[in-house]
Design a protein around this ligand. Structure first.
Ligand SMILES: [Zn+2]
Length: 296
C-alpha cells in the first residue's frame, strides 16, 4: 500500500489562532497549543506523503499532455491469483500497464512477474520489503532500493528506472538515493482512497473514472502491503475502468512513455529474461503511446 487519507492541504488561519484547526471549510475546535501541533503534523504529512506535494523534490503524479491518455499502475504485487487475472483482462483489451512490484513479492511469484514483462507491461520498483521502518534512514533506504534492483535483475533481467516509494513516503534521503541510482520517482492519484480496503468494484471504478484527466496516473493495488491479500474488487474495477475510459476515447500507456524516460536502466545488458519487446510494441499500437515529455 502507499499513501494515505488526506487529499487536501491543511491551513491554520485566523480562526485557528483562536483555537480552531481549519481543513478547507471544516473547522475543528482545539485548544491553542494543540492546534499548532496538529497543524504542524498535517503539514508534515502533506509534505512527505501526499501524492501531490512537490516540496521535497519532483514527484510527478501525471504526465504533461493534452491527449486523452492515462497510465494504470498497480502497487504491492505480484500477488496471485489477482495479478494474473489483471494481466489476463488487460491482454484481452490490448492494454499495457505499469506494475510497481515489491522485491520480496517478485521472489515469491517470479513467473508472474516474467509474464507481465512478456505481455508488454512495464515493471517499476516499489522497494524490497515495503516496510515503513526501512523508508526513512538513508542507509536502510539505500539498501532497500539496491536489494530490490538486485531481485529484479536476478529474476527478470532488468533494473527498473521507475521507483514509487512505499506509502509514497518522501524524505530528503530518498531524493539523494534516487539521484545516486538514476531512478525516476513516480507518484500518481489513488483510484479510490479506500481501494486497499476493497469497496465494491463499482465504487472504485466510479471514483477512478471521475478523477481521470489527460495524462493521469491512476494507482491501484494488486496486493496489500506486500503481504498478498484478497484483491477481487480491484480486478473487477480494473475491467470496468478500462471499459469506461475506452468509451470516453482514452488510450492507455505506461508511465515511462508518459514521462518520457527509459523503463529500465540496463535492459540491453540483460536481454535474456526480458523478452517482452514484441509484445510491448503490439500493446503500444493497441492502446498507448503519447510519448508526452516531462511531468508535473
Ligand atoms: Zn505500496
Amino acid at each position: 500500500m502507499s499513501g494515505g487519507l488526506l487529499s487536501g492541504g491543511a491551513s491554520v488561519g485566523r480562526r485557528a489562532q483562536r483555537g480552531h484547526l481549519a481543513f478547507g471549510r471544516w473547522r475543528i475546535p482545539v485548544r491553542r497549543p494543540a492546534a499548532w501541533t496538529v497543524g504542524l503534523a498535517a503539514a508534515s504529512y502533506w509534505t512527505a506523503m501526499s501524492p501531490f506535494s512537490q516540496l521535497l523534490g519532483p514527484f510527478p503524479y501525471r504526465g504533461r499532455t493534452t491527449e486523452r491518455v492515462v497510465a494504470l499502475t498497480f502497487d504491492d504485487g505480484p500477488n496471485d491469483p489477482y495479478t494474473s487475472r489483471i494481466a489476463e483482462l488487460l491482454a484481452v483489451s490490448g492494454v499495457c500497464a505499469t506494475f510497481f512490484a515489491v522485491g520480496r513479492c517478485v521472489e515469491r511469484h517470479p513467473e508472474t512477474a516474467r509474464r507481465l514483462l512478456r505481455d508488454g507491461h512495464v515493471l517499476g520498483s516499489h522497494g524490497y520489503s515495503h516496510d515503513l521502518r526501512r523508508c526513512a534512514g538513508r542507509r536502510v533506504l539505500r539498501d532497500e532500493v539496491w536489494r530490490a534492483e538486485e531481485v529484479f535483475a536476478e529474476h527478470l533481467g532488468v533494473r527498473p528506472t521507475l521507483f514509487r516509494p512505499p506509502w509514497l513516503l518522501r524524505t530528503p534521503a530518498l531524493f539523494d538515493v534516487a539521484r545516486e541510482q538514476s531512478l525516476q520517482l513516480v507518484s500518481g492519484e489513488f483510484a479510490h482512497v479506500l481501494e486497499v480496503r476493497q469497496p465494491s468494484p463499482e465504487r472504485i471504478a466510479r471514483r477512478a473514472v471521475a478523477k481521470v484527466r489527460p495524462g493521469s496516473i491512476l494507482i491501484f493495488h494488486d496486493g496489500f502491503d506486500a503481504k498478498g491479500g484478497e484483491r477481487a474488487s480491484t480486478v473487477a474495477a480494473t475491467e470496468l475502468v478500462v471499459t469506461k475510459l475506452s468509451a470516453q476515447g482514452y488510450r492507455f500507456t505506461t508511465v515511462d512513455r508518459l514521462l518520457g524516460v527509459p523503463p529500465y536502466q540496463d535492459a540491453a545488458q540483460c536481454p535474456g529474461v526480458h523478452g517482452g519487446g514484441a509484445s510491448r510494441r503490439r500493446c503500444e499500437r493497441a492502446g498507448s503511446g503519447s510519448g508526452a515529455p516531462g511531468a508535473r
